[in-house]
Ligand binder design. Structure first.
Ligand code: FRU
Length: 484
């Protein structure tokens, strides 16, 4: 089916129930549907939005185009949870049904205020000549889950000197005020992170672009300012970066600093910007500090402008597991929250003898915890067929301190023009631990308890159900089947 602009932006009520029913039937037949990750019922999912804890539950929303696997007229879809791993569908939340969000209820965040949850999002509007206008909008969700949009925009235009690529407000409480941190672009196409402040969520004052003094590409999307322990972390999605080594079309990055100084609108002693995830598919990570003090994040497993084989099945993408962000020895760590262990079935210990291939058939839904000794070379073949012709290969050399992922051995190559391998560097000559969370057509890999992460989609054939281990030294692994 050819997706015309008219179809992408067709009002939701004009899609027939029959069309949606048939789409759903199609999607349900996919062999790549996930077991324990959040995925769309139909259509395309992208950024996580409004991740929060309110009224005794975790709330998460995501960017959704429910009518096909394309970027079209976006809305917020709502899911909730009591344990961060089992998510219940709460249905559509913010639909593009007003003049200020006519062409999409774009990304944003949520903050509990009094007895309600305040949602801040971007209204995307295209005028008669298809020119973009962006509004920062608000909505209140009450304890019954009813949502009421605020009639007037919180911020009705980008500040002078900035283009309409002005979006993805992150709302936070900082000292005695509310701050809104928004992605922006200058008229001469430089990315910036814009800060606004308010006492009452109604009247918003512009504080200016955050003084970052680093390459932020030609545009910034999805900025998130976080306090983690005694540090500040800025997460962001800068497009068109020149001063950073990465292979994905667009990276998700972070800047670690001592603190955010509101008076001067800058980060104190910022480190150099780094890539948040060294795999193939992670973008638009959103995080917040939960009432229990943990800083929790979730990302979109997917990237803009890439093609995936589920497009033909009418659905695409998922959200990552919920990860806890911590700082150890001045470094950012990301690891699935402890609650993830509740997905575990029984434990099995796998022993791979030196220079022998260990092989196990699986349901492609498991957690694998590996311990790799120092001075060891080896690989784990995920989604392998029985003769190991096709698989997603994670290799390591602990002597050299290198870990790399290769997804070229497949019937479904994924955007090979951006390279089919990714590499990460760890301490030379040290042992390492690898945790792998594999789910039908996606995989999240955590090195040394989250010191490094690699997220990757991979689409196996029905024969690719094996797990293989090959090592130059004897290695042990714990294997847990995972299910909801
Ligand atoms: C990032 C993004 C955001 C925007 C949303 C639209 O993936 O482009 O900047 O708000 O997706 O779906």
């Amino acid at each position: 089916m050819e997706w015309t602009q008219e179809m992408r932006y067709r009002p939701y009520q004009e899609w027939s129930e029959k069309y949606v029913r048939e789409l759903k039937t199609n999607v349900e037949q996919s062999k790549w549907r996930l077991n324990y990750h959040i995925q769309p019922e139909t259509g395309l999912l992208n950024d996580p939005n409004g991740f929060s804890f309110f009224n005794g539950k975790w709330h998460l929303f995501y960017q959704s185009f429910p009518f096909g696997a394309v970027h079209g007229l976006k809305s917020w879809y709502h899911v909730s949870s009591t344990d961060l791993i089992h998510w219940e569908s709460e249905g559509a939340a913010l639909e593009p049904d007003r003049a200020f969000d006519s062409h999409g209820a774009y990304s944003g965040s949520a903050l509990p205020v009094g007895e309600a949850l305040f949602l801040a999002y971007t209204g995307n509007v295209r005028d008669q000549s298809w020119e973009r206008h962006s509004y920062q909008l608000g909505a209140w969700m009450n304890k019954k889950g009813e949502i009421k949009k605020v009639a007037e925009p919180l911020i009705s235009e980008p500040p002078a000197g900035f283009t309409a690529h002005f979006r993805d407000p992150q709302l936070i409480r900082s000292n005695d005020e509310y701050l809104m941190v928004i992605g922006g672009q200058t008229l001469d196409e430089q990315g910036e992170v814009l800060v606004f402040a308010s006492q009452d969520l109604v009247d918003w004052q512009y504080r200016g672009p955050m003084n970052i003094h680093q390459d932020l590409g030609f545009m910034v999307e999805c900025p998130n300012l976080l306090s983690i322990e005694e540090h500040t972390v800025l997460l962001l999605c800068p497009q068109g970066l020149k001063e950073l080594d990465y292979q994905n079309l667009f990276p998700n990055t972070y800047i670690l600093a001592e603190e955010y100084l509101a008076e001067t609108n800058n980060l104190k002693n910022p480190q150099k910007q780094q890539v948040l995830d060294e795999g193939f598919d992670l973008y638009a990570t959103q995080a917040f500090t939960a009432p229990d003090g943990r800083c929790l994040s979730v990302g979109w497993i997917g990237l803009p402008e890439m093609t995936y084989p589920t497009f033909g099945e009418g659905w695409a993408h998922s959200l990552s597991l919920v990860k806890e962000l911590t700082i150890k020895d001045g470094k950012l760590y990301q690891y699935p929250v402890e609650e993830t262990q509740r997905l575990r079935g029984s434990q099995e210990t796998l022993v791979a003898e030196a220079n022998e291939t260990f092989m196990k058939q699986t349901a492609n839904s498991y957690e694998l915890q590996l311990e790799i000794p120092s001075n060891c070379q080896g690989s784990v073949h995920l989604f392998s067929d029985s003769i190991n012709e096709k698989s997603l290969v994670l290799s390591y050399d602990t002597k050299q301190g290198k870990v790399w992922l290769d997804r070229s051995k497949t019937d479904y190559p994924l955007n090979p023009e951006f390279g089919e391998t990714r590499e990460t560097i760890v301490e030379q000559g040290e042992s390492l631990t690898i945790a792998i969370f594999l789910d039908k057509s996606t995989c999240e890999i955590f090195i040394n308890e989250g010191e490094k992460t690699l997220t990757a989609n991979y689409y196996p054939t029905e024969e690719q159900t094996y797990l293989l281990l090959e090592n130059s030294q004897k290695c042990r692994a714990s294997y847990y089947s995972l299910s909801k």
